[in-house]
Design a protein around this ligand. Sequence first.
Ligand code: ADP
Ligand code: MG
Length: 243
Amino acid sequence: MNKVIDVQALNKSFGELQVLKDIHFNVKEGEVVVIIGASGSGKSTLLRCLNFLEMKDSGEISLHGKRVDERKDKLNEIRQNIGMVFQQFNLFPHKTVLENVMEAPLQVRKMEKDKAAHKARELLNKVGLSDKEDVFPNRLSGGQKQRVAIARALAMNPLIMLFDEPTSALDPELIGEVLQTMKDLAKEGMTMVAVTHEMRFAREAADRVVYMHDGRIVEEGTPEEIFEHPQNDRTKQFLQSIY
Ligand code: ADP
Ligand code: MG
């Protein structure tokens, strides 16, 4: 299968602190990869390196088989093909829901307004928010905001979607709707990497679960392998600590 992202021997430090240590990681087309691990283990930094929001110190990152050269390639163009959804929704407060979803296609892709609106409505329908298109973000629940953020990321037709703890800021009763939206996307064949503490989502939606500890990928496998038959003591300890 085609690798959408392929990471080889990635290292990243902040000052003296090495946060990513010899990371080898890939995501195949249509695959859903869930990254788990304790706070501070380097999960967000890895996602940010994949999106070139953070620059690696060494190693290689390839997108669709093409090695990215941070000094020569246009990182803005690369980032446009990678959808990112964060814990905080970062919607534009003075734009309506529809305008939020249209913004990047209009500004970045120079799409015609009618076309952008049509596409945005399709996406709002997909995330179940057709009735909210004229509303401003402050009138939405956290779960609705996050679904708008997902629609906004999808508006750029990304090759891959990266989610960094998308439900961590939500009240418990709002988590399910966001996870369901992510599951729907996964079912449609979207290539996804999600950092999450929602182990049920990992069990149900992931093709592969990656466990990180202290800047390393310690173990990876199918949900069954990781949750039912973890091999590494660290993985076992982590799973015990969260159940
Ligand atoms: P996780 O997402 O698994 O909680 P992070 O990738 O956010 O982990 O952080 C890994 C380590 O890197 C932590 O020790 C964190 O404090 C540190 N770190 C993250 N970002 C920065 C930064 N911009 N500057 C300095 N240290 C950072
Ligand atoms: Mg994090």
